[in-house]
Design a binder for this molecule. Structure first.
Ligand code: PXG
Ligand code: PLP
Length: 424
């Protein structure tokens, strides 16, 4: 099983058999409050009939259309809807089927763009320590989580990493840490070291999710944007987690007023109902490819299921719900009570840091014996108490569906406190 302790799971399986609204039902028929939107994806809550009906109808109307050399209307409708939601001229969309594939797509577009526009020396990719960009070879190469990389050989050549932005001196910051822009200045040093003419792209998560929730320091993303622009380096935001309302706006790029050259999305794109990922690219990149290829295929890349009709239907229906229920604005309005509630755990046992932004929070615990053991114990204790949380190492990550009620936020925090009082 993916990222799972298989033996522990076999010994005590945690099986989910149904879901509706804010809750899962487990195999014993218990209701479990979903504090993680599945895996950061079910932003509109579970069991949304509008999405299920849309994808069922699409499967009957047109189950599949070849993705190469043929199109279907929903793919273009979806691309236009996304372009309208995205800031700046991020108007061209390439579809994939997961965040990992979308990351690979963005990295390949960056390399190919420079190559076809006469800058073939720009081959270097820059990620960030503690970054998570999925599990493809591209994603783990630019990613910065050692455990996800070390077993898999030499990875992509010519990759370097920015320092991560976590600074324990700013523990219990609410929202963005006030200090840390120096972490972006580190890009200038990498540029000086490698020379700008060798660097294709920089990829970062605007808010680092998987590594344990690290909101960007004030001014950090702005500074990365300035440096990339000055040196002709493409800036890629991986918004697989931060997109679709998680931070209280459609995308983090909008929230921070920083427009990247490419923006990677997945997860909330279809509310998690069927797999889909996408990359939005600025018009100038698209134009560069077309100008470089007067005829024939401009970009030799794509997946059998790129823009799958059923996934496109699910995505359009998800966007309907986000819009009709104004869920991004709801997430924004809930972010203050959510912040207040999670920071009330500051005095609970083992808590060494709490970080939050929008409807995301990370609660970092001091490790017990083996690193991760206390986190695993919390996952089990919360599940037994009817609460689904996500744990990476000893950090608890909360990212509830945006439909959450304030009383359910309180329930999450009360359950966490009781579990912290009980675990060792
Ligand atoms: N980029 C980012 C920023 C992600 O968070 C991916 C790429 C890869 O997406 P796919 O669809 O290929 O998994 C992700 C995925 C967790 C967790 O709780 C996070 C992800 C996936 C599973 C678990 O840390 N993020
Ligand atoms: N498009 C979609 C799909 C949305 O979900 C939203 C906001 O929730 C928007 C656009 C922007 O809507 P508004 O103008 O209400 O902020």
């Amino acid at each position: 099983m993916p990222f799972t302790d298989n033996r522990a799971f076999k010994a005590a399986p945690r099986m989910l058999v149904a879901a509706s609204g804010m809750h899962y039902t487990d195999a014993d028929g218990r209701q479990v409050l979903d504090a993680t939107a599945g895996l950061w994806c079910v932003n509109a809550g579970h069991g949304r009939a509008h999405i299920a009906e849309a994808l069922a109808a699409q499967a009957m109307q047109l189950d599949y259309a070849p993705a190469f050399q043929f199109g279907h209307p929903l793919g273009f409708t979806l691309a236009s809807r996304l372009a309208a939601m995205l800031p700046g001229d991020l108007d061209r969309i390439f579809f994939a089927n997961s965040g990992s594939e979308a990351v690979d797509t963005a990295l390949k577009i960056a390399l190919a763009f420079h190559r076809v526009t006469g800058q073939a020396s720009r081959t270097r990719l820059i990620g960030r320590e503690r970054g998570y960009h999925g599990v493809g070879f591209g994603g783990i190469s630019v990613g910065g989580i050692a455990n996800n990389r070390k077993l898999f050989g030499t990875l992509l050549a010519g990759v370097d990493h920015l320092p991560h932005t976590h600074n324990p001196a700013y523990a219990f910051s609410r929202g963005q840490p006030q200090s840390g822009v120096a972490c972006a200045e580190a890009l200038e040093r990498l540029v000086a070291l490698h020379d700008p003419s060798t660097i294709a792209a920089v990829i970062v998560e605007p808010l680092a999710g998987s590594t344990g929730v690290l909101p960007p320091p004030v001014g950090y993303l702005e500074r990365l944007r300035e440096i990339c622009t000055r040196h002709g380096i493409l800036l890629i935001f991986d918004e697989v987690i931060s997109g679709f309302g998680r931070l209280g706006s459609a995308f983090a790029a909008e929230r921070f007023g920083v427009v990247p050259d490419m923006l990677v999305m997945a997860k909330g794109l279809t509310n998690g109902v069927v797999p889909m990922g996408a990359v939005a690219v600025r018009q100038a990149l698209y134009d560069g490819f077309l100008a470089a290829s007067p005829e024939g295929i401009e970009l030799p890349h794509g997946y059998t299921y790129s823009g799958h009709p059923v996934a496109a239907a699910a995505a359009l229906a998800s966007l309907d719900i986000y819009q009709e229920e104004a869920l991004f604005a709801r997430a924004n309005a809930l972010s203050a009570p959510f912040e207040q509630a999670v920071h009330s755990l500051r005095d609970a046992p083992y808590v060494i840091d709490i970080r939050n932004l929008g409807l995301v929070a990370g609660i970092e615990l001091a490790p017990g014996g083996r690193p991760g053991a206390r986190g695993a114990a919390m996952l089990q204790a919360c599940f037994e108490a009817g609460l689904l949380i996500r744990v990476t190492g000893d950090t608890i990550a909360l990212s509830p569906p945006l439909i959450i009620e304030e009383a359910q936020i309180d329930q999450i925090v009360e359950t966490l406190r009781r579990a912290l009082d009980a675990v060792v």
